[in-house]
Design a protein around this ligand. Structure first.
Ligand SMILES: [Mg+2]
Length: 293
C-alpha cells in the first residue's frame, strides 16, 4: 500500500467557550512567541497593581493581551512580509491604538506620527517584541542582526538595541542546547548584564522601571531561577514593576528551554483576536515549511 507523508498544514483556530482549540496540534511543537504572549496576558493585570507573591491566578476574566503581544506579532509579520520592522509596528499599533495599559509615551507619539523616526529609546519595548527573531533558522549571528534591526526603528539607543539582541541571543543559544549556566556566562560576557542578582534581591529593591538595562537582566534572572515554564512566568510577575513586559521577556526566553503546558497556550491564545492569531499561525507555518504565506 502506498504511504502518504503529509507536510505541516496551516493551523486553524476554532473558538469555543473554553478557549481555542487547535486542529493540528503537531504544528504547536514550536512554541514560538507564545512565551511573550502568555507572559503579557498573565502579567497584564499586575502592571499597575503589582504582586510580590508566586501564588496568584494565572488567568482571570481581567487578563488580556497588551502592547507586548501587539508588538511581538508586528515583528513576526514584518519577517513574514519582508517589510521594514518600523512599517509593520506602525501598522499594527495603529490598528490597536488603545490596548490595556496603553503605549509608552514616546512610543505612542511615534505610533501617531505620520513621519515616524527612531527616538533613541532604551525602553524595554525593544526586548519584549523581539522573540520571533530568535526563532529564525539562519543561526545566532543572523538572529542578532534581525534583533538589532527590529529595535532600531524606535529604540536606537545602544541599550535599547542591546536589550533586543540579548533576548534574541538567549533564545538562539538555548535552541542550540546551552545549559542555564552556560547561558548565564555567555550573556554576561557578551552584554555585560549582572545576572548574579536573585529574584529575592530584585523584589526587595524593585520600583517601577521600564528600561532595558534594568528589566532585561531581571527577566533573564527569573528564567535562570525557574524550574519549568509556569514557574518562570510566576517568578517574572512576582518581581513587580513592569510586570507584563518582564513576564513577556522571561516567557520569550523560557519557551526556548521548557515545554509550555497546554492549558497555558489555550488560555492565552483564546484572548487574541483573529488577525493577531493569523500572524501567529502563519509564522509557525513559515517555521515548519519555510513558506511565507
Ligand atoms: Mg504591556
Amino acid at each position: 500500500m502506498e504511504s502518504k507523508t503529509e507536510g505541516p498544514t496551516k493551523i486553524e483556530f476554532v473558538r469555543s467557550t473554553g478557549g481555542c482549540l487547535f486542529e493540528n496540534e503537531n504544528n504547536l511543537k514550536n512554541n514560538i512567541m507564545l512565551g511573550a504572549i502568555i507572559g503579557d496576558v498573565v502579567g497584564s493585570r499586575f502592571e499597575f497593581n503589582n504582586t510580590n507573591t508566586l501564588n496568584f491566578e494565572l488567568f482571570t476574566p481581567e487578563s488580556t493581551f497588551t502592547d507586548d503581544t501587539i508588538c511581538t506579532i508586528a515583528v513576526a509579520d514584518a519577517i513574514l512580509k519582508d517589510i521594514p520592522f518600523g512599517e509593520s509596528l506602525h501598522y499594527w499599533c495603529r490598528k490597536y491604538p488603545y490596548p490595556k495599559g496603553g503605549y509608552g509615551g514616546s512610543f505612542a507619539g511615534w505610533v501617531h506620527s505620520d513621519n515616524p523616526k527612531p527616538y533613541n529609546s532604551y525602553g524595554n519595548g525593544s526586548a519584549m517584541r523581539v522573540s520571533a527573531c530568535g526563532w529564525l533558522e539562519e543561526g545566532p549571528n543572523v538572529i542578532s542582526q534581525y534583533a538589532k534591526k527590529s529595535a532600531e526603528c524606535t529604540h536606537n539607543h545602544p541599550e535599547g538595541v542591546k536589550g533586543a539582541v540579548a533576548v534574541a541571543d538567549c533564545i538562539a543559544f538555548l535552541r542550540i542546547g546551552l545549559s542555564k549556566k552556560e547561558l548565564k556566562n555567555h550573556i554576561t560576557l557578551l552584554h555585560g548584564y549582572n545576572l548574579n542578582q536573585t529574584c529575592k534581591d530584585i523584589r526587595a529593591g524593585n520600583s517601577f522601571n521600564e528600561t532595558c538595562q534594568v528589566t532585561v537582566p531581571q527577566s533573564i534572572v527569573a528564567f535562570l531561577e525557574s524550574t519549568d515554564f509556569e514557574s518562570s512566568i510566576r517568578l517574572a510577575v512576582s518581581l513587580g514593576g513592569d510586570s507584563d513586559t518582564i513576564a513577556a521577556i522571561t516567557g520569550s526566553i523560557a519557551e526556548a528551554f521548557y515545554p509550555i503546558p497546554h492549558y497555558m497556550k489555550e488560555r492565552a491564545l483564546s484572548k487574541l483576536p483573529t488577525d493577531l492569531l493569523n500572524v501567529y499561525s502563519n509564522f509557525l507555518y513559515y517555521k515548519a515549511t519555510g513558506i511565507k504565506l
